[in-house]
Design a protein. Structure first.
Length: 128
């Protein structure tokens, strides 16, 4: 069973994503409410995939894109799916350049999240 870390500053969003993904058979191994916590939880849990919000309150000058960069430094093969209410397309492009595999805009349909997770995790299996 693949393990997923959910990162979002909104508790309700973490719960919604957790429910969608656990209903599909994924294990939610952890959650984080900010970018610093996301990096720490990634080091600790080593999940198969991370869902990452970009627009979160900054802590110590690290936002969602900064967290993507830090996680990729730790693990260049990390699988990160951006799930964010991005107002600027440029943020999505920047997140992909930083190492994220895909992004989904909020609000989203559950099937979009599940499809993106499946695609990213299939890529992971093909790399092994």
């Amino acid at each position: 069973m693949e393990r997923i870390l959910i990162v979002d500053d909104a508790t309700f969003m973490r719960e919604m994503l957790g429910k969608i993904l656990s209903n599909e058979g994924y294990e939610i191994c952890g959650e984080a409410g900010n970018a610093r916590e996301a990096v720490a939880r990634y080091k600790e849990l080593k999940p198969d995939l991370v869902t990452m919000d970009i627009v979160m309150p900054m802590m110590e000058e690290l936002d969602g894109i900064g967290a993507v960069k830090e996680i990729i430094k730790l693990d260049p093969s990390a699988k990160i799916l951006i799930v964010s209410a991005m107002t600027h397309h440029a943020l999505g492009v920047e997140a992909i350049r930083a190492g994220a595999k895909e992004f989904i805009n909020k609000p989203f349909k559950p099937v979009k999240v599940v499809d993106a997770v499946r695609i990213i995790l299939r890529e992971r299996k093909n790399e092994q």
